[in-house]
Design a protein. Sequence first.
Length: 86
Amino acid sequence: PLSEVSGVPGTRGAAVGTGEGVQVHALRLPSYILSCEALFGLPDERLTIRHDAGSSAAPYVAGTLLAIRRVQEITGLVRGLDALMD
């Protein structure tokens, strides 16, 4: 039941963007430890992009090391590791 759902109410189908917006949902369950999924759809079609990682820090070690190595070269704010990749 909806009354038993926890989390920020705005994450349950909140419209994001201009015009009609895009509905965004957040899912938090014990079985979804580190998971990110983006779904895009039109009538009769759907595109799903999904990333799952285990409960350890191992999936994040390479990105963390990259950020540590490149931090002295950066001035200002950088968003995303893609800006640091060659």
